[in-house]
Ligand binder design. Structure first.
Ligand code: GLU
Length: 301
């Protein structure tokens, strides 16, 4: 991959496991504003993360794209589908294999559960491979840092065992894992700003380490609060009070901006999404986004 980064490039990377819900609207709006409130040449891309085919719902990707357009969140360049990039992933997988940066693993889920859920690197030292059984591939992660600097949260410390876990990059069912493809795509698409939900905070050091195998300069990472209905509970799709399809678009957009610490002035709330977004582009500052993991959302007003 040859990379020449010269301008701001952000992205929104939804997994099409259902329609766009309020939680992903927050990530879409935050990543859009962070990309688009900067220089005039900045770009915001959309990447459909449909690598996990068993979780992909037919029609969800086009519904998400249509909803983004309805909100006035227009993206640059043609949207990218991970399901169409398997050769690219395979090429890089083979390179990691050739460089011995990954190793095969057949440890069972039960064994990993006994370890408390964090893999202990057993197969790195003792590859006990049964050629009749499927295997997963894991990344060697001993060098991964247990902290990183986030543009919203500041320095984030991660439990060292989690940060340095040899994580799966190719699954036992043969699918490439999110952890690998998200980074290959961010490198390939020359992303300079990764803005997404705080549920991915703990994954960031490993993604940055993988990134640095390809380019020295990692993007800026900014994590946004998650919308929850109760502590620890992501908004459910059944919750009508926060279903974006149940509200005028501008009401959901204003609610997303409030969650992101940018409440639109009262006189704008009845305006179109275009007008609200224009205001938001002028006023966007990552420093105003609350550095909290979750924000409880009961209803939009
Ligand atoms: N596809 C992931 C999700 O929908 C987001 C990945 C990312 O932004 O890095 O949760």
């Amino acid at each position: 991959m040859t990379v020449a980064v010269s301008r701001t490039r952000g992205r929104f990377a939804p997994s099409p496991s259902g329609p766009l819900h309020f939680g992903s609207l927050v990530a879409a709006v935050g990543s859009y504003l962070q990309a688009k409130s900067g220089d005039a040449n900045s770009q915001w891309l959309v990447r459909i993360e449909d690598i996990d085919t068993p979780r992909t719902v037919p029609g969800a990707a086009s519904e998400i794209l249509r909803t983004l357009e309805q909100f006035g969140l227009y993206w640059d360049e043609t949207e990218v589908y991970q399901s169409q990039r398997l050769d690219f992933y395979q090429h890089h997988f083979q390179q990691l294999q050739a460089n011995q940066q990954i190793y095969p693993c057949q440890c069972s889920r039960a064994r990993i559960a006994e370890l408390g859920g964090v893999y202990d690197g057993f197969c790195r030292q003792h590859p006990l491979i049964d050629p009749t059984q499927p295997l997963a591939w894991r990344m060697k992660s001993q060098q991964v840092h247990n902290y990183f600097d986030d543009a919203v949260f500041g320095r984030v410390q991660i439990d060292a065992a989690t940060a340095q876990e040899d994580y799966i990059i190719k699954r036992r069912d043969g699918l490439f894992a999110y952890q690998l493809v998200v980074v290959l795509d961010d490198v390939d698409q020359q992303i300079t700003e990764v803005v997404r939900g705080a549920d991915l905070l703990t994954m960031t050091p490993r993604q940055q380490a993988l990134f640095q195998l390809y380019v020295p300069q990692v993007p800026k990472y900014a994590h946004l609060p998650l919308a929850v209905s109760a502590p620890g509970q992501k908004l459910s799709k059944q919750n009508h009070a926060t279903d974006i399809r149940a509200w005028p678009l501008s009401v959901s957009l204003a609610a997303a901006l409030r969650l992101l610490g940018h409440p639109p002035p009262a006189e704008l709330v009845e305006e179109s999404c275009e007008v609200i977004l224009q205001w938001a582009r002028q006023h966007w500052q990552l420093s105003a986004v609350p550095a909290v993991m979750e924000v409880q959302v009961d209803a939009f007003r």
